[in-house]
Design a protein. Structure first.
Length: 335
């Protein structure tokens, strides 16, 4: 019998792991895993969390018996892989669960921007039916630049073609077969930025992609273009983003992620952060400014969050844990 600890799990999600709970000692917790509550499940051999639990060396230290981390996400930048390698801990992810889900959210953000949906809805709710300042723009005939053509990026390209958009793409590993099938063209990054009316980001979070879009990249973009980011917050230099918005280089931005997102989620955390010095206060301030700009539409990292996509995440995580316990590890990302 193995001890399994599953954090950040809602009541209805537990049913997916019912068979594991019958055969093993499973601990369910709704809260994120932090150093302060790690002791409650320290004996676990298997640990599963979502992305808001930052699995640092300090947090993992009490888990002396840990053999598997099954993250309920595609990205694993919240896991300290160096510590896992030192201790022989396998890390398994969910390679694909929401390509259509996240891509649909891209166009929800883009539609909200192109038709001024947020301002129009707020105005109408107040009983004001005037059109002044609400004129939008068509997506048909515009050019979408897709940075990263994995599962989500390719689905975004499919949707864009349905809107009648031209699609350009950049990826370090081009998939020419997908380009022919869907109807998009690979170009150099600089050309994509210069020609695209809308740029949407679909790259993983890592040191290589940190600030992939910064001042130099914004300078190369079309005047009055739109940026959509449903990938990871640090992919975009938030200070450069504010400058691009203030200067008019960008017409608008649609964001489902922010660099200091886990901290911004709790306003009270801002003051505590000042004393801990664990986060950059200038980045936190920039995040808060973005939340208040009328030409920025921000959602709280919910692009993935549909009933169907979450169930796919749970099913794959269940299979990752079950496979590991049966001696057949699946979707292992660290060797």
């Amino acid at each position: 019998m193995a001890r399994i600890a599953i954090f950040e799990v809602e009541e209805w999600e537990r049913e997916t792991f019912a068979d594991l709970a019958r055969a093993h000692d499973v601990v369910f917790r709704e809260e994120t895993l932090e150093a302060g509550n790690a002791g409650e499940a320290a004996g676990a051999e298997v640990l599963s969390t979502f992305i808001y639990s930052r699995l640092t060396r300090e947090v993992l230290e009490p888990f002396e018996n840990l053999k598997l981390i099954a993250t309920r996400s595609t990205g694993f930048d919240h896991v300290d892989l160096d510590t896992c390698e030192e201790r022989g801990i396998q890390v398994a992810n969910v390679p694909s669960y929401g390509e259509n889900t996240v891509a649909e959210h891209v166009f929800a953000l883009l539609g909200a921007i192109s038709h001024n949906i947020v301002a129009a809805a707020d105005r109408t709710r107040r009983g004001d039916f005037s059109h002044e300042g609400l004129q939008g723009f068509d997506l048909k005939g515009r050019t979408l630049g897709v940075v990263g053509t994995g599962h989500i990026g390719r689905w975004a390209a499919r949707i864009a073609r349905g809107y009648g958009m031209e699609v350009l793409a950049f990826d370090v590993k081009p998939d020419e077969e997908a380009a022919r099938e869907i109807g998009f063209a690979y170009v150099a990054m600089d050309e994509l930025l210069a020609r695209s009316d809308v740029v949407t980001l679909h790259v993983p979070g890592s040191e290589k992609t940190k600030h992939l879009i910064s001042r130099d990249e914004f300078a190369k973009m079309k005047d009055g273009s739109v940026l959509i980011n449903t990938a990871r917050g640090p992919v975009v230099d938030v200070d450069a983003l504010l400058h691009a918005l203030a200067s008019g280089k960008l017409r608008a931005a649609g964001l489902d992620v922010l660099p200091q997102e886990p901290v911004v989620r709790e306003e009270a955390e801002l003051l505590r952060t000042y004393f801990r010095k664990e986060h950059k206060l200038d980045t936190l301030l920039a995040d808060h400014i973005l939340l208040r700009l009328s030409n920025v539409v921000i959602t709280p990292h919910t692009a993935f969050d549909t009933k169907e996509a979450v169930q796919r995440i749970l099913d794959t995580t269940h299979d990752n844990i079950a496979g590991f316990l049966e001696g057949e590890p699946r979707n292992v990302v660290n060797g």
